[in-house]
Design a protein around this ligand. Structure first.
Ligand code: GUN
Length: 283
């Protein structure tokens, strides 16, 4: 192995210690940061993510509310609950776990969350602020990636950054954040011709497509920083990323593992955004 590991667990532990200090300072002023999480349906991966988010709150001294609805719930019930949480001054962050069942208009659900409590950063108002370079809440996964790059002192100015995946959750906000740091950004997707041509040019390669091991070592520039956002469950039950770690680690300079890379950072940044939201209520 030639690559150095970018350890998301270690960085998360370090950042969460600092977060616990901010939570204590808020507690001294009578405020306990509270995150409300809404889960609709029984997708096993979503259930695990939600459990980890709630556990993250508890470990950091924060409060959480978890509302779970049946997969066939009337969307009106969920909209009513969001309105209630919007109006509750003790709630600082509201998150609706995605994907939602098909009978939901996901965009309408995200727009129903009060922008000042939208700790996922998915409301159109918050996406707009991010696009303008003046973000209120940065979407948690790309935010976590930026923190990992910063912690490893990866040079960003003028670097070739290639993102594989164009989702609203990762690919698009990731592009905005790297652009804001003066990277030259390329966004590839399922219709891109000659993907390897693009990935081989990348000083920073972010894989966020949701296809197990699709980025192989031969698609990576020697010494590149490789960030694997994928979390794919294999037939044997184990998790793997969008990057073929075995071949990639022989070529990359820095690489994130799966699990233990970006995943824990996503939750750390969600806690960060919720604490930030609580702090803003005192300003
Ligand atoms: N589903 C996958 N990633 C996310 C995320 O960051 N937030 C929410 N709400 N749902 C997700």
């Amino acid at each position: 192995m030639t690559a150095t590991l970018l350890d998301g667990n270690a960085l998360s532990t370090h950042l969460r210690t600092k977060l616990a200090g901010r939570v204590a300072a808020l507690a001294a002023r009578g405020v306990t940061p509270c995150l409300a999480v809404i889960l609709v349906g029984e997708d096993p991966a979503s259930a695990v993510y939600v459990r980890n988010k709630v556990a993250g709150c508890e470990k950091t001294g924060m409060r959480s509310i978890k509302d779970v609805y049946a997969p066939d719930v009337d969307p009106a019930v969920v909209f009513a609950r969001i309105a209630e949480l919007n109006a509750d001054p003790a709630v600082h962050g509201i998150l609706v776990q995605l994907p939602l069942p098909k009978h939901f208009d996901s965009e309408a659900v995200l727009e129903a969350i009060a922008p000042e409590k939208d700790v996922d950063g998915f409301h159109a108002e918050n996406i707009g602020a991010l696009m303008q370079g003046n973000p209120r809440f940065i979407p948690c996964t790309p935010y976590g990636v930026m923190k990992m790059l910063e912690s490893a002192n990866v040079p960003l100015k003028g670097a070739e950054a290639v993102i594989v995946g164009r989702s609203n959750i990762v690919g698009k906000p990731m592009a905005m954040l790297l652009l804001a740091q003066s990277c030259t950004v390329t966004v590839c997707h399922s219709q891109s011709k000659d993907l390897a041509f693009h990935t081989r040019r990348a000083d920073i390669l972010v894989a966020a497509v949701g296809r197990a091991r699709m980025i192989t070592g031969d698609m990576i520039k020697p010494g590149a920083t490789v960030i694997d956002v994928g979390i794919n469950r294999q037939a044997d039950g184990k998790l793997c990323g969008d990057v073929d770690f075995e071949s990639a680690k022989e070529v990359a300079g820095l690489i994130t593992p799966v699990p233990g890379g970006v995943g824990p950072m996503t939750i750390t940044m969600l806690l960060t955004n919720t604490i930030e939201s609580a702090e803003r209520t005192l300003k």
